[in-house]
Design a protein around this ligand. Structure first.
Ligand code: ADP
Ligand code: MG
Length: 378
């Protein structure tokens, strides 16, 4: 069988820097091999744009996967073609092989039917465990299902179950926390959570646009001027809904984004000149924690500040600690936020960490994801 996995991991000098996505696929791989399946794994890695890129070969992934499985994994240098057919034909029950980077092939992202057919040829069944790519209709997520039966893997199933929990009868009070850089990336999710949540807490760069819409001068902070009216409508909508929208009370500002640059905590009406907001302040963390502590379900996407540059990671880190300790079920998604929590060693203390970035957001928006709708057990 062919198992589409999401092994799109960060590499560093030819080695896997963070293997969280590989580990997330292990339950499916082990469940299949222990039942005697012959498992051909395929993933994309980075953005080679349809042609081979030496630095984006899957070899480091195969090495790490072999270490995690306790058995070396054979890696094939092709995605489709004679060497794949040969390797597939000589597999024994319980064997695992990994194909070359799917996106070395032009047909992958184009969802080209003839490439999808070739991908399906050596196998009789398709398992999709790559939730992180489920929002893309590519040959290895959608096209292939025209040729062989397709089902969800265990990670895909778990993602769907966990991410659905807040959409269908969430435990209340239900608090949604949104952060990250921009309002524009997340407008639809903001509206969705306004309908679903009891409290919507907004931090990170996107809070700037809301504060500016309230009339504050945000200095030189990241700001989406063209979205001020949208931010106003969102705030208006919250007045008419059950959901309370909560913005930062205080902010951490600095003139320059670099480690050790002098920072100070200010209220929104105190921002002057070239100051830029890089994090939420301590009063905001306290205020957000009162909502977290009275909630039964928490969903969080996007960091509260520029977590990559200390000390502007504090808001995100402190909020994460509070969420890790509270009694409610927490569900966290978003590439940057998850990276921030992993770096702080807090990821294991969160109820569920989604492996998706864009896919998680689109799922919460309520969109039908092409990689899920084609599965027989969707
Ligand atoms: P996620 O991947 O978790 O969904 P986003 O991609 O939306 O999050 O946003 C993450 C980015 O937002 C990070 O690079 C972070 O530095 C940036 N960011 C957060 N707060 C601010 C801020 N106040 N000013 C500028 N950038 C910010
Ligand atoms: Mg991101």
């Amino acid at each position: 069988m062919l198992v589409r996995v999401d092994f799109n991991v960060p590499l560093d000098q030819g080695k896997v820097r963070d293997d969280a996505r590989i580990r997330a696929a292990l339950p499916t791989i082990k469940a299949l091999t222990s039942q005697g399946a012959q498992v051909i794994l395929a993933s994309h890695l980075g953005r080679p744009k349809g042609k081979p890129v030496p630095d984006l070969k899957m070899d480091p992934v195969a090495t790490r996967l072999g270490e995690l499985l306790g058995d070396p994994v054979t890696k094939i240098d092709q995605v489709v073609g004679p060497s794949v057919d040969e390797a597939a034909a000589s597999m024994k029950n319980g064997d695992v092989i990994l194909l070359e980077n799917l996106r070395f092939e032009e047909g992958e992202e184009k969802n080209d039917p003839s490439f999808a057919k070739k991908l399906a040829e050596p196998v009789d069944i398709f398992v999709n465990d790559a939730f992180g790519t489920a929002h893309r209709a590519h040959a290895s997520t959608a096209g292939i299902t025209d040729y062989i039966p397709a089902v969800a893997g265990l990670l895909m199933k778990k993602e769907i179950e966990e991410l659905s929990r807040c959409l269908e009868s969430p435990a209340r009070p239900f608090t949604a926390i949104l952060g990250g850089a921009k309002v524009s990336d997340k407008i639809k999710v903001i509206y969705r959570f306004l309908q679903l949540a009891d409290y919507l807490l907004i931090g990170g760069g996107m809070a700037n646009t809301f504060l500016a819409a309230r009339g504050y001068n945000l200095g030189d902070s990241l700001l989406e001027k063209d979205l001020l009216d949208e931010a106003k409508s969102i705030m208006q909508e919250s007045e008419n809904s059950r959901c309370r929208l909560v913005l930062p009370l205080d902010l951490v500002v600095a003139e320059e984004l670099k480690a050790g640059s002098p920072e100070r905590v200010v209220y929104p009406d105190e921002i002057r000149g070239a100051w830029k907001v890089f994090d939420i302040g301590p009063e905001t963390v306290n205020n957000f924690s009162t909502y977290v502590e009275r909630s039964s379900m928490i969903v969080w996407n996007g960091p509260m500040g520029v977590y990559e540059t200390p000390p502007f990671n504090h808001g995100t880190e402190q909020l994460a600690r509070i969420i890790a300790q509270c009694r409610s079920h927490s569900i966290v998604g978003g590439g940057d936020l998850v990276a921030a929590l992993e770096a702080q060693g807090l990821a294991s203390k969160i109820g569920f960490i989604s492996t998706g970035g864009g896919a998680t957001l689109e799922f919460w928006e309520g969109k039908e994801l092409p990689g899920i709708s084609v599965l027989q057990d969707n």
